[in-house]
Write a protein that binds this ligand. Structure first.
Ligand code: PLP
Ligand code: COI
Length: 341
């Protein structure tokens, strides 16, 4: 199959229309059989539940070309499972997990010409999502829904690739205790837009959100979980009910322990202790692992000893092992790699 003529090495994280997308509709209490379409437009009523009350959830995963030329995705079953949890929290019907994986597989296969070549540094980002599609004016869940999957080839999420980021402690909250921070709902990202625009205006790459109840504990950023490394090489990652359970983070915990023999602590992390850490990184599908060089807390600058030029050594080992597994250079744990073709 011939690849599209795209400058893979210089792709940013943006939307490029690909040829096919998957659509399934939910009506009268059941999902239809679904299938691929070339139509990239969604036509819904002006009063659709998603437009009035933001009833929408989504997922994000990637397809990779491996060293031996296969196209694979990474743990799509966990994205399917998380979308079930997101849908349940927003009173939406569940799109069955096996059908989710099948829809992702069909969409990637149909867009194989857009899966970036091995070694290009780019990947095919996959965006499954669903939304309330029929008119809703009283505040209640919709009765009809649409599930879709589209794909877009992407490069690094942060400009500059793996150059360490400068982040600030945000005065805005992302998620409330007992709220929706633990699910992947569009409303959480709408909440973060003002904070990220303001951060960029002030010269920061991202926001570090604190727990809304006490504002003493580290939560996550707008689109990634945190990983810290202590001076004696223990990996520490914040535990909270109001952060998204990142699949990348959960995978990295296993990689750290089983592949690299590192100690891992998943626990509450206080802002006060951040200056003690040796390394910091942001992890997620889009972010992969993006190193953090500096954290600014209301004028107080915390420089990570790993510096502003490169990833810290433990972060680098985690990055190399995870991406090695995803690209087929390192043997994956059972069930982590889903072969598309
Ligand atoms: N946290 C937030 C708020 C996110 O949007 C994402 C991206 O999906 C993550 C964390 C990382 O999750 P994952 O590793 O499953 O992509
Ligand atoms: C992802 O990593 O898949 C996300 O959804 C994060 C988003 C900020 C692009």
């Amino acid at each position: 199959m011939e690849k599209k003529n795209i400058d893979w090495e210089n792709l940013g994280f943006g939307y490029i229309k690909t040829d096919y997308r998957y659509v399934s509709d939910y009506k009268n209490g059941a999902w239809d059989e679904g299938g691929l379409t070339e139509d990239d437009n969604v036509v819904i009523n002006e009063c659709a539940g998603v437009l009035q009350y933001a009833q929408t959830v989504f997922e994000g995963l990637k397809a990779y070309t491996t060293e031996d030329g296969r196209i694979v995705t990474f743990r799509p079953d966990l994205n399917a499972e998380r979308m079930v949890q997101s849908a349940e929290r927003l009173e939406m019907p569940v799109f069955p997990a096996d059908r989710f994986v099948d829809a992702v597989t069909q969409t990637v296969k149909a867009n194989a010409a857009y899966v970036p070549p091995y070694g290009s540094g780019a990947t095919l980002y996959i965006r499954p999502y669903m939304f309330g599609s029929n008119p809703v004016i009283g505040v209640k869940p919709a009765d009809e829904y649409q599930f879709r999957v589209f794909t877009t080839p992407v490069g690094p999420y942060f400009k500059g690739g793996v150059k360490p980021l400068t982040i600030r402690v945000s005065d805005f909250d992302r998620a409330a205790p007992h709220g929706t921070g633990h699910i992947k709902a569009g409303l959480n990202y709408a909440m973060s837009l003002h904070a990220i625009v303001d951060a960029h205006k002030n010269g920061y790459d991202e926001n570090m959100y604190l727990d809304a109840a006490t504002r003493k504990k580290v939560e996550e950023t707008g689109g990634a979980n945190f990983l810290f490394v202590t001076k004696d090489n223990t990996v520490v990652t914040p535990k909270s009910n109001s952060i998204l359970p990142s699949i990348t983070r959960r995978s990295l915990i296993h990689v750290a322990e089983a592949y690299l023999g590192l100690k891992v602590e998943e626990r509450e992390v206080y802002l006060d202790e951040v200056e003690e850490f040796a390394e910091c990184g942001l992890c997620g599908t889009a972010a992969v692992i993006s190193p953090v060089g500096k954290i600014v807390d209301h004028g107080k600058e915390i420089f990570l000893p790993s510096g502003m030029n490169e990833m810290g050594p433990v972060t680098k080992k985690l990055y190399d092992t995870l991406t090695g597994i995803q690209m087929g250079r390192i043997e994956a744990p059972e069930g982590w790699i889903h072969v598309i073709e």
